[in-house]
Design a protein around this ligand. Structure first.
Ligand code: 13P
Ligand code: SF4
Length: 310
């Protein structure tokens, strides 16, 4: 790409020319968030994708999110700037192994977190996100046997919250398991007024210390409306961009990872760049394509989620 090109202006032009909407997750780099028409958590993004009138959905997020957009709104062209933008959590539940696990527990219904492949969605009864998981689980009878997949941390958190004993698939997110309890506690001692905000994909030892637990949108709303002035944020660091924009007078500190060489950037989310976003809009590639039978099977449990979380 010609370095003299104003990518922001070019992207705006392409948006109008192709009647495109840019949907971005909070973990995207700041420049991408700034050109997006909508920034949100997985639930908000799915709702936007389902209801948009645009002809092209440019999905600045990871593969399972763009796939969900295509499942919900198949007549639209769905573009993902980098097709390799996967998810370690979705990868932790391969469809074949999951099918066997499900078959071994035929009396359980399957609730899957949206961070999974379309194949795993097709094996599920209801999908949930971090924004609606409690509501979805509470909508089921108390004695209902449930398999929860793929995130064991979110599953354990919901078990505690609802007093259930869901059977958990042993998957996790590499970004949310990186935080050091010891370093967080030391940071809290240095900033005694700071509140710890955590995503439920974090491990239980971190969640135990949290002042607020929620989806990215819920964490952002909490930080914006809280009278507190300092926050330690235990989720992917991309969310700090909107937090700082919404509350310029507050201080947001990314929760420290255990390994000094590591960082809390999601390597998959960060595969998307402003340049790749521009190129994908210019060439209308790469596009998400799906087998229609798989799409219909994966849509059923998402539709149930949409109904319950309305
Ligand atoms: P939410 O934005 O839905 O809370 O999800 C977080 C996440 O890990 C997305 O990959
Ligand atoms: Fe997947 Fe974790 Fe990255 Fe979210 S932050 S996309 S759950 S690897």
């Amino acid at each position: 790409v010609d370095p003299s090109l104003d990518l922001f202006a070019e992207i705006e032009k392409l948006k109008k020319e192709t009647n495109a909407i840019i949907l971005a997750h909070y973990y995207q780099e700041a420049d991408i968030q700034d050109v997006a028409d909508y920034i949100g958590d997985s639930l908000g993004l799915a709702q936007q994708a389902a209801s948009t009138n645009a002809d092209v959905i440019v999905f600045a997020g990871v593969h399972f999110m763009a796939e969900t957009a295509k499942i919900l709104n198949p007549t639209k062209k769905v573009l993902l700037p980098d097709l390799n933008a996967g998810c370690s959590l979705a990868d932790s539940a391969p469809a074949e192994a999951f099918r066997k696990f499900k078959e071994a527990h035929p009396d359980h219904i399957v609730i899957s977190y949206i961070n999974c492949t379309a194949e795993v969605k097709a094996l599920s009864d209801i999908i949930c996100t971090s924004g609606n998981v409690e509501k979805i689980i509470e909508s089921l009878p108390k004695d209902q046997k449930i398999i929860f997949a793929p995130d064991r941390n979110l599953g354990a958190y919901v078990n505690k919250l609802t007093g259930r004993n869901m059977l958990l698939w042993d998957g996790s997110c590499q970004v949310h398991e990186i935080f050091s309890l010891e370093k967080i506690l030391s940071l809290k001692r240095q900033h005694p007024e700071a509140l710890l905000l955590a995503h439920p994909e974090c491990e239980e030892i971190i969640l135990k210390e949290a002042d607020f637990i929620g989806s990215t949108t819920q964490i952002l709303k909490y930080a914006t409306s809280s009278p507190a002035k300092e926050f330690i944020v235990a989720t992917e660091a991309g969310i700090l961009h909107q937090m700082e924009k919404d509350s310029p007078d507050k201080v947001f500190i990314p929760a420290p990872p255990s390994n000094a060489c590591a960082c809390n950037d999601c390597p998959y989310m960060k595969l998307n760049t402003l340049e790749k976003l521009y190129l994908c809009m210019k060439f209308q590639l790469p596009e998400i394509k799906m087998d229609e039978n798989l799409r219909l099977a994966a849509k059923k449990p998402i539709d149930k989620m949409m109904e319950i979380s309305r």
